[in-house]
Every structure is written in structure tokens, then in C-alpha cells.
Design a protein around this ligand. Structure first.
Ligand code: FMN
Length: 198
């Protein structure tokens, strides 16, 4: 059975990001996939220490981090999954701070000994898995996608964990009311995008 891991960097229960991810999960279940949703707001991930211990270890597998928090469990889940939904609202033109904190901990996917100027990403040259990228913003979606850093950051995340991006959903104009509901049009888009992962 195809295993899909959704990693959601929204701060809000039931916000637009949660709604998109849940719509996609329903569609994936219907298509016969197994889906697990990780809400980074509830998952214990510390900041990267920039110690680069994990990057000294050679090989294709992620290096081992010196910290013992929830990140290793998350790496194990990433490794066991066939595809990913990577989701974060756009805050100040970027993924949220909790998504960025998670992203920096993905340095375990880099081989970067002290004598090398730049990292070599262990999985980046052979992306075997698929990812879809989800974000939302107050600006119109099309502007959000091209003018903010979020799309690039989510794409880098996919690339780092060995996935090629097969689609993006950037929902715009969603900050005019406290409890914005997904329109039928966006729900249909989310469902169509989800099945690209199977
Ligand atoms: C601190 C903060 C910064 C934001 N920065 C931006 C921004 O730079 N551009 C934008 O279009 N929307 C911005 N927004 C609107 C958010 O993108 C919007 O509230 C979010 O996508 C809602 O996601 P959620 O429903 O999952 O919480 C910001 C909102 C907050 C609270």
C-alpha cells in the first residue's frame, strides 16, 4: 500500500492549511493509500545546533543527530514513506517558523565534512519519491506562489528528502475572515492533486 506522509507547518487548528491537507488525505484514502498527518505544532522538534555532527557521516542514509527529540521518529517516517504533502502557510513571505525549524533539521540529509565548502545532498540526485506542495496567503494565490519564498522553501524540502515536486496548490485571498472555508473549486483542486501521489 502506498504510504503518504503529510507534514503540516500551520499554527491553527482547522485553518486553511489543515482543511487542504485533510481534503487531500480523504482523497488519498479513497484511492487506497495510507496517510499519516504530522502537525509540527504538536511535534517536539528542537532547533538545529549547526554542530554538523550528522553531516560528517558518509553514505546515502540520513546522518544521526546529537539531539534526542521527536525528529528521529519523523526521519524514520520520512524514510518509510512513498510520497509527501508538504504544507505551510506563508508568514512574512516565508514558510512558518515551525516549518523552517523542521527544515533546518533536515541537514541530516547532507554529507558535508569540514573540509568541503558546500553540502552534498544525499538523496537529491536521485529523487525517487513524489511530493505536493501546499501553501496559503492573504495575497492572491498566483502572486503568493511567485513572489514569496514559500514555494522555493517547500521545493527545497522535497528535494532534500529525495522527492520530486509533482504539483503545487497555493490558496490566496484567505485572510479576510477568521474561519475561511475551502471553496468547492479549491477542494476539487486539492483532490485532483492528491491522487498524483499514488
Ligand atoms: C505573522 C503573519 C504573517 C503573515 N505574512 C503574510 C505574508 O507575508 N503574505 C501574505 O500574503 N499573507 C501573510 N499572512 C497571512 C497568512 O498567510 C494566512 O493567515 C495563513 O495562510 C493562514 O493559514 P492557516 O489558516 O493554516 O492558519 C500572514 C499572517 C500572519 C499571522
Amino acid at each position: 500500500m502506498t504510504k503518504i506522509l503529510a507534514i503540516n507547518g500551520s499554527y491553527r487548528d482547522g485553518g486553511i492549511t489543515d482543511q487542504v491537507v485533510e481534503t487531500m488525505a480523504e482523497s488519498l484514502h479513497t484511492a487506497g493509500a495510507e496517510v499519516e498527518i504530522i502537525l509540527l505544532r504538536n511535534h517536539p522538534v528542537e532547533f538545529c545546533l549547526n554542530c554538523r555532527e550528522c553531516t560528517q557521516q558518509p553514505g546515502n542514509m540520513p546522518g544521526e543527530c546529537v539531539q534526542h527529540d521527536g525528529m528521529q521518529t519523523l526521519i524514520n517516517k520520512i524514510e518509510k514513506s512513498d510520497g509527501y504533502i508538504l504544507a505551510s502557510p506563508t508568514n512574512f513571505g516565508s514558510v512558518t517558523a515551525i516549518f523552517k525549524r523542521f527544515m533546518e533539521r533536515l541537514v541530516v540529509y547532507a554529507y558535508w565534512p569540514w573540509n568541503m565548502n558546500a553540502p552534498q545532498f544525499r538523496k537529491a540526485n536521485d529523487p525517487k519519491k513524489k511530493a505536493v506542495l501546499i501553501s496559503s496567503c492573504a495575497a492572491p494565490g498566483v502572486l503568493g506562489r511567485w513572489f514569496f519564498g514559500t514555494h522555493k522553501q517547500l521545493k527545497t524540502t522535497a528535494h532534500t528528502i529525495g522527492a520530486g515536486t509533482v504539483g503545487t496548490l497555493f490558496t490566496g485571498l484567505i485572510a479576510k475572515e477568521p474561519h475561511h472555508r475551502l471553496s468547492e473549486r479549491i477542494q476539487a483542486k486539492a483532490k485532483a492533486l492528491a491522487v498524483k501521489l499514488v
